[in-house]
Write a protein that binds this ligand. Structure first.
Ligand code: TXA
Ligand code: MG
Length: 347
C-alpha cells in the first residue's frame, strides 16, 4: 500500500516536501493537495512520468493535463504567448482555482497537451502544493488524483481508495477547501471561453475580462426513470445518480420525494444528497441521507459534494437522488459536476 505522509496544511514540514520533490524529479508520481481537489503530480517535462499518469488513472490519452507552477514568473518555461488579458487574469486570480489555456512552448511534451498547440496552466493556492512545486523545480502536471470517470478526491483517503496501490506517495494535508476543480478558461480566443466552470466564478472573471463565454456541452435530458446509461459519465459515483434539473427548490423537493417513494416501492433504498432544510421532508422514508449544509451556502455545498457522493457509495446504495442548485457563483460548477456524474436527468 502507498505511503501516506501527513503534512501541516499551512506550513508543511520541509523534510516531507524534500522527499516528495525528490520522487517527482526521479519521474515518479506523488499525490498532493491543492485548494480545489487532490492532484496526481508528475514532472510535466518528463514524457515517461506523464505517461505513468495516464496509465495509473486509466485516463484516455486525448484528455490533456493541467500544468502547475509555483509562480507566474515560470510561465515562459511552458507557454509562448501570454496576452495582456491573460496576464491580468493571472495577476488577479493566481494563486487560485483558475486554469488558463495558453499557447505552448515546443518543449512541453505532446502527451501533456494531447497534441494540442495549447497548454493549460495554473498556480494553485495551497502551501503544500506550492512548496512541492518549488522544491521539485519543475512544472508539475497533475490531473485530479482519482480513477478516470470517478469523483475527484477531496481527501487523501479518497486518493488512497482509488489509486492506493499505484503511487509512490500521498501528501495528506486534510480535506481541500474548495472541493470542485479549477475553472478552465481558454484565453487564446476572444472573448475568452470557460471550458469547465470551477472554483473561480464566471461573475468574477467578467469583472476583469468583460464578456466571458460559457462553452456548454449539450447534455441530453430524459424523462423520469427510463433506461440508464445514455450519457458519458464523469465525476461519477458507483451508484446511479438521478439528477432533478432546474433550480426551483419547491419543485426539486417534491420531485425527489416522488422519486424516493417510487424506488422504495420497488424495494430499492435510495441515497439522497440534501441540503439541511430539506432533511425533515424525508424523515418518514427509509432513505440514506448525506447533508451538504445550508441551501444558500454554495461554498460549503461545493466543498462537500464529492465527499457526499463517495459517502453514499460507501453505504452501498444503488441509486443516488440529487438536484441542481442556483445558476450563479459556484452553482455553475456544482451543477456541471452533478450533470456529468448523472446517469439520468429528470425535468
Ligand atoms: O482544480 C484542478 O484543476 C485540479 C487540480 C489537481 O489542479 N486538476 C484537474 O485536472 O481537475 P483534470 O486533469 O482532472 O482536468 C483538466 C481539465 C480537463 O477538463 C481538460 O480537458 C482541460 O483541463 N484541459 C487541459 N489542457 C487543455 C487544453 N490545452 N485545452 C483545453 N482544455 C484543456
Ligand atoms: Mg479530473
Amino acid at each position: 500500500m502507498v505511503r501516506l505522509l501527513a503534512v501541516d496544511p499551512q506550513s508543511p514540514q520541509p523534510e516531507a516536501i524534500r522527499q516528495a520533490a525528490a520522487l517527482i524529479r526521479r519521474g515518479e508520481l506523488v499525490a498532493f493537495p491543492t485548494e480545489t481537489v487532490y492532484g496526481l503530480g508528475a514532472d510535466a517535462l518528463n514524457p515517461q512520468a506523464v505517461a505513468r499518469i495516464f496509465e495509473v488513472k486509466g485516463r484516455p490519452a486525448h484528455d490533456p493535463l493541467i500544468v502547475h507552477l509555483a509562480t507566474p514568473d515560470d510561465l515562459p518555461r511552458i507557454t509562448s504567448v501570454v496576452s495582456p488579458l491573460a496576464r491580468r487574469l493571472a495577476e488577479t486570480f493566481w494563486p487560485g482555482p483558475l486554469t488558463l489555456v495558453l499557447r505552448k512552448q515546443p518543449q512541453v511534451p505532446d502527451s501533456v497537451t494531447a497534441g494540442l498547440d495549447t497548454v493549460a496552466v495554473r498556480v494553485p493556492d495551497h502551501p503544500v502544493a506550492l512548496a512541492l512545486i518549488r522544491e521539485s523545480n519543475v512544472p508539475v502536471a497533475a490531473p485530479s488524483a482519482n480513477l478516470f470517470g470517478r469523483s475527484s478526491p477531496t481527501t487523501a483517503r479518497h486518493v488512497q481508495e482509488d489509486l492506493g496501490d499505484r503511487l509512490a506517495l500521498i501528501l495528506d494535508a486534510g480535506p481541500t477547501m474548495i472541493g470542485v476543480e479549477s475553472t478552465v478558461l481558454d484565453v487564446t480566443s476572444s472573448p475568452p471561453a470557460i471550458l469547465r466552470p470551477g472554483g473561480v466564478t464566471r461573475e468574477s472573471l467578467e469583472q476583469v475580462a468583460g464578456r466571458v463565454l460559457l462553452r456548454n456541452q449539450e447534455l441530453q435530458v430524459e424523462t423520469p426513470l427510463p433506461s440508464p446509461g445514455l450519457m458519458a459519465k464523469h465525476y461519477a459515483p458507483r451508484a446511479e445518480l438521478v439528477l432533478v434539473l432546474g433550480d426551483n427548490d419547491a419543485y426539486a423537493l417534491e420531485k425527489m420525494q416522488e422519486l424516493a417513494r417510487r424506488y422504495l416501492d420497488v424495494g430499492i433504498q435510495p441515497g439522497l444528497l440534501l441540503v439541511d432544510e430539506e432533511v425533515l421532508y424525508f424523515s418518514g422514508l427509509d432513505v440514506q441521507v448525506f447533508q451538504l449544509g445550508r441551501g444558500k451556502d454554495l461554498e460549503q455545498i461545493a466543498r462537500k459534494l464529492y465527499a457526499g457522493l463517495r459517502a453514499l457509495d460507501d453505504l452501498g446504495v444503488k441509486v443516488i437522488l440529487a438536484r441542481c442548485f442556483e445558476k450563479r457563483g459556484l452553482g455553475l460548477a456544482i451543477n456541471d459536476r452533478l450533470r456529468r456524474a448523472a446517469s439520468r436527468l429528470v425535468e
